[in-house]
Design a protein around this ligand. Structure first.
Ligand SMILES: *[C@@H]1O[C@H](CO)[C@@H](O)[C@H](O)[C@H]1NC(C)=O
Ligand SMILES: *[C@@H]1O[C@H](CO)[C@@H](O)[C@H](O)[C@H]1NC(C)=O
Length: 185
């Protein structure tokens, strides 16, 4: 168990109850890509007590599990990212801001690119406003994930942008881990 100032100051901490699968939307593509997986999602809202962190927090892990067709004999590698959104509760909202995620290559499925190729995957996350009456989107939120893939094979450049939006809500696909000044982890 880890006790920290931050976790003890949390008024609420909510997490993904079951892993979510999201179909990305692809522009100008014929084959539907395989679904993306949100394996972790959590939100935290500070208690507002003196000395507590002023930051509300959203964390998500998204994975594109399989390579995506780029062109003849070329495909973008699978990738995964950790996405974090922080904002000062009560004075700001996180809506409409594009946050860069920390991207990692997913375990590949034996898909090897030639040495003459270079590929990159960049994930971003954005929280969309669903309900203007919400004080903070920590219990009900729409999250848009965007994956920008670039690949160069033998001097030929390929690029693709995919996006998917997923709704998360307590009582649906999120649950509370603790309330009050509880213990987390
Ligand atoms: C996201 O979660 C999956 C499954 O638990 C894991 O394989 C992957 O490494 C995680 N992504 C990052 C960027 O840590
Ligand atoms: C993603 O987040 C998990 C959980 O916080 C962490 O263990 C992992 O190292 C992170 N991966 C990257 C690539 O930052």
């Amino acid at each position: 168990m880890i006790f920290s100032k931050l976790t003890l100051a949390l008024a609420s901490l909510l997490a993904l109850a079951n892993s979510a699968v999201t179909r990305p939307w692809l522009n100008k593509d014929l084959e539907p890509p395989s679904p993306w997986q949100v394996t972790r999602l959590s939100t935290a809202q500070p208690s507002g007590r003196p000395g507590s962190s002023p930051f509300a927090h959203i964390f998500a892990n998204i994975t594109n599990p399989s390579p995506i067709h780029a062109g003849p004999g070329a495909s973008f590698d699978a990738s995964s990212a950790n996405c974090t959104v922080d904002w000062v509760l009560g004075t700001a909202q996180p809506y409409g801001i594009v946050y860069e995620c920390t991207t990692a290559a997913a375990p590949t499925t034996g898909n090897q690119q030639s040495s003459a190729s270079a590929s990159s995957a960049k994930w971003t996350v954005e929280i969309l406003e669903t309900d203007p009456s919400l004080y903070a989107p920590t219990e009900k939120l729409d999250v848009r994930f965007t994956l920008t893939s670039d690949l160069t094979v033998d001097g030929r450049a390929y690029s693709k942008v995919l996006a998917a939006t997923r709704h998360f809500e307590v009582g649906d696909n999120m649950r509370g881990i603790c309330g009050g000044s509880g213990v987390v982890r």
